[in-house]
Write a protein that binds this ligand. Structure first.
Ligand code: NAD
Ligand code: LMR
Length: 321
């Protein structure tokens, strides 16, 4: 009797273990994707890297090879970041490449998070960073032209993000310009939460919000088409709040965070970059905001700018709303 019970128990156990295996993520045998993160020894990268490896970017089955790219002076810190990644024993992390020159950094990469750039301090505008940071994207663009995959998808986070993105795509010859985007997803996420807090709703209830323009105080968070739990946002918020509080708050939230934290936003920026890249790769019918190169045909915006529009995404491409 006892042995019959034991047999039944071990059968149940085997079935349970089998079902666990079915549910748990098994890395696929597909070739790993190479993901470069520049500024890898810095603050934003520190929050991005762990999310790339924990399935949040490319899903539960895709193995990755991480390229940590930073300047030569940061070499020791890069090996520290690599050591911590090793200590996580991420099932999907195939290997880590530490690179202090862009040619090694971008060789054969499929995706690039361009974070490496100086952040601004109190009292500065993002445009004040152009003199120092713009130059970075010349060299990075040339290296991408030489060694990155031709279909590499790139997000520019380093400020001023729109202009840096324009410089980068100009120098990354041979890679389609549609593969270069600037991040305004952080502004988008900020606007969603301000609306949710004001109307006591959930961010997931908010649809069709858009950020137009530049990642700077001139950006425009647009709620004209927005619905909140199915109702027009404009019927739930008043004009006074929209004009005097909501719009300037979203436009100047970066400076508010610098004032509060004593350092520029990091975890929220990293999180927004993952949202942007995940939706680009996996697709989403929800409106997102993304800075893309204009050709003069979109909403009367002049050609040759990196400008944020509302988009949806499918098949690895953004579609303008
Ligand atoms: P950080 O100073 O902590 O890190 C920047 C890192 O970049 C440093 O490790 C530095 O050595 C490295 N770096 C500099 N030049 C490089 C180069 N040529 N190649 C590779 N690495 C290089 O700064 P952070 O807080 O991580 O911010 C990075 C950038 O992101 C800043 O420009 C900041 O303003 C910007 N940012 C943008 C957004 C956005 O919404 N677009 C949000 C937050 C921050
Ligand atoms: C942000 O919006 O938080 C970033 O662009 C950092 C900054 O300088 O404001």
């Amino acid at each position: 009797m006892l042995s019959k019970n034991l047999q039944a128990m071990s059968k149940r156990q085997a079935l349970f273990t089998q079902s666990l295996r079915t549910f748990s993520a098994e890395p696929s045998n597909a070739p790993p994707k190479r993901v470069a993160v520049t500024g890898a020894a810095g603050n934003i990268a520190y929050s991005i890297l762990y999310r790339i490896d924990s399935e949040e970017f490319l899903g539960k089955n895709q193995r990755v090879i991480l390229h940590l790219v930073d300047l030569p002076f940061a070499e020791k810190a890069l090996t520290g970041v690599m050591a911590e990644l090793h200590d996580c024993a991420f099932p999907l992390l195939d290997s880590v490449v530490c690179a202090t020159n862009p040619t090694d950094g971008f060789r054969d990469v499929d995706y690039a998070f361009m974070v490496g750039a100086k952040p601004r301090g109190p009292g500065m505008e993002r445009a004040d960073l152009l003199k120092d940071n713009g130059q970075i994207f010349v060299g990075v663009g040339k290296a991408m032209a030489d060694v990155a995959k031709r279909d590499c998808k790139t997000i520019v986070v380093g400020n001023p993000a729109n202009t840096n993105c324009l410089i980068l795509q100009n120098h990354a010859k041979g890679i389609p310009s549609e593969n270069f985007t600037a991040m305004t997803r952080l502004d988008h996420n900020r606007a969603l939460t301000q609306l949710a807090l004001k109307t006591n709703s959930k961010v997931t209830d908010i649809k069709k919000m858009a950020i137009w323009g530049n990642h700077s105080p001139t950006m425009y968070p647009d709620v004209r088409n927005t619905t909140i739990a199915g109702k027009p946002a404009l019927s739930l918020i008043d004009d006074d709040w929209k004009i005097k509080e909501f719009t300037p708050r979203v436009q100047k939230r970066g400076a508010e965070i610098i004032e509060l934290r004593g350092a520029s936003s990091a975890a929220s920026a990293g999180s927004a970059s993952i949202d942007h890249m995940r939706d680009w790769v996996s697709g989403s019918n929800e409106w997102q905001s993304v800075g893309i190169l204009t050709d003069g045909s979109q909403y009367n915006v002049p050609a040759g700018l990196i400008f944020s529009f509302p988009v949806t995404s499918s098949n690895g491409k953004f579609q303008l709303v």
